[in-house]
Design a binder for this molecule. Sequence first.
Ligand code: NAP
Length: 284
Amino acid sequence: MSALILSGKEVSGVVRGEVAERVAALRRNGRSVGLATVLVGDDPASKIYVRNKHRAAEAAGMLSFDRHLPGTASQADVEAAVVKLNADEDVDGIIVQLPLPDGLDGEGAVEMVDPSKDADGLHPFNLGQLVLSRPGPIPATPGGIMRILRHYGIETAGATAVIVGRSFLVGRPLALLLGTKGVDATVVQAHSRTPDLAGVCRDADILVTAVGRPNMFDERFIKPGATVIDVGISRTDDGLVGDVDFDAVVEVAGAITPVPGGVGPMTIATLLANTVALAEAKNN
Ligand code: NAP
């Protein structure tokens, strides 16, 4: 039987609707909500991501501010742009679009963001808050994945969750979220040096693939009935392709996110949710 399709498109619509209501409530009290992006250079994919973030922010009733620096910008230029946005009263959330061009330090630029304006939840202070299970902005992609699981009632307590990938953007924060008290998955963090990756993945009730290799995970990696969350996005001649061989896995899994239309839209929705939460916190 074919797996249930976990539609990030649908769930992100719900989240964006909630965000729009919260923005409208702030505006009724005379407060605007502003999201700013810092983009460096002309990488086509980064430009599309940034454009989509602005469109989504504006559709939710937010102000959006676009700081586009040339590819020749220095680290000091990037950090100065961030510092200026930190001081801007109209800006509640700041995103530094990663990766920065070669030679620039993306993590260094993110560290310059005021943690109370960290829409991506990637500032070391907020990652520390996450480790301590304290409130704060949650990294957008892992936050979006958790919302998909909740929306579709996927049981996490007692489940074995295997996450393939250990980046600070996706794999590591997601491992914290899935293993946190109340969520209670048993988490395995796999990576490029994991022996017998297929065998490890076949133990997963929830398998999350965050690698960036098109169609790498076929039916041999899947426990029948498992929930499969495909984070990977690769641009190929066939368009955007996930890490999971969808056509093969959809026949074995219990539930699966498509690419596109799965995790991607949830990332943007979570960014907006983080931004409105930061604006609410500033307002209180
Ligand atoms: P990353 O920093 O490059 O991390 C990739 C991870 O995959 C690393 O931990 C790496 O292991 C692991 N890996 C690489 N080859 C492997 C292999 N053969 N077997 C097992 N593990 C392997 O990437 P990222 O930033 O986490 O992003 C991962 C993917 O998700 C990319 O395709 C990216 O475009 C996509 N992404 C999508 C969204 C979205 O909104 N949908 C958001 C963010 C990222 P090591 O640590 O051992 O090197």
